[in-house]
Design a protein around this ligand. Structure first.
Ligand code: ADP
Length: 248
């Protein structure tokens, strides 16, 4: 379980104070898919960086399985908006990177890599370099590489934000399928209400900076989810409700 307790973060740079997060508390259960939806600049990336252990909070804490997060660790994997593959490694080598570092036995490593090449639909492209892949494929490879390290929690920061609309839809479906088979704990940050509802079990609606929780919703749509649900009137109503919460 990921537990956020009274978390606050204020940046101080060039004599300017920016309050990014104000007393945020929330809990993410194991294997839950949670989306945090909020306007740009409200503090979402700041929160994920603290949870990833890349940034220190000003006060409060984040705990994973009752252990305070004080730095990066293999139990958390982060996926950014910009694809972060190593350009000099092939897809196969990128996915196997963590296992190589961790000195996993070759046979076990091959098994892990094959599993994620299959799960990400990139088997045919295993020997391609990132520059020869589309944006969606690069992001799938980055997700595969992170999952191959077997993190408990996946922290995703607007991971589909730079993709065109159609690829973005495909990636959302890819991620739901992956989650429905893999059941990782996922904290997914986005400013796109539609995306948050389609993907998550629980949606936290966030305020403008400094970030606070405005509302919490359980998503009522059953799984497996396919894209068609976005055309259902209930889906549409839910999107409108949250969009209105964001404006208020
Ligand atoms: P979001 O991810 O929701 O777009 P961020 O967490 O990136 O928001 O940023 C929240 C606020 O904190 C913004 O006003 C941003 O300008 C500010 N901020 C982010 N990083 C820094 C930094 N390193 N130093 C000073 N201010 C920062």
């Amino acid at each position: 379980m990921l537990e956020v307790k009274n978390l606050s973060k204020t940046y101080e740079a060039n004599g300017r104070r920016t309050e990014a997060i104000d007393s945020l508390s929330l809990m993410v259960q194991d294997k839950q898919f949670v989306a945090l939806v909020g306007p740009s600049g409200c503090g979402k990336t700041t929160f994920l960086k603290i949870a990833a252990g890349l940034l220190e909070p000003t006060s409060g804490e984040v705990l994973l399985d009752n252990k305070k997060i004080i730095g990066p660790g293999q139990d958390r994997g982060m996926i950014f908006q910009n694809f972060t593959l190593f350009p000099w490694l092939t897809v196969r080598e990128n996915i196997g990177f963590g296992a190589t570092l961790g000195k996993v036995a070759q046979e076990e490593k091959n098994k892990i890599v094959e599993h994620y090449l299959h799960n990400t639909g990139l088997k045919e492209f295993a020997d391609f370099y990132p520059k020869d892949l589309s944006g969606g494929m690069q992001q799938r490879a980055a997700i595969g590489r992170t999952l191959a390290n077997n993190p408990k929690v996946l922290l995703m920061d607007e991971p589909f934000g730079s993709l065109d609309a159609q690829t973005r839809s495909q990636m959302q479906e890819f991620l739901t399928k992956l989650w429905e088979s893999d059941h990782k704990t996922i904290v997914f940050v986005t400013h796109d209400v539609n995306e948050a509802i389609f993907l998550a079990d629980k949606v936290y609606v966030l305020s403008k900076r400094p970030m606070k929780i405005k509302k919490i919703y359980d998503v009522p749509f059953s799984r497996p989810r396919a894209h068609e649900i976005k055309h259902a009137p209930e889906f549409f109503e839910f999107v409108s409700k949250i969009a209105k919460d964001l404006e208020d």
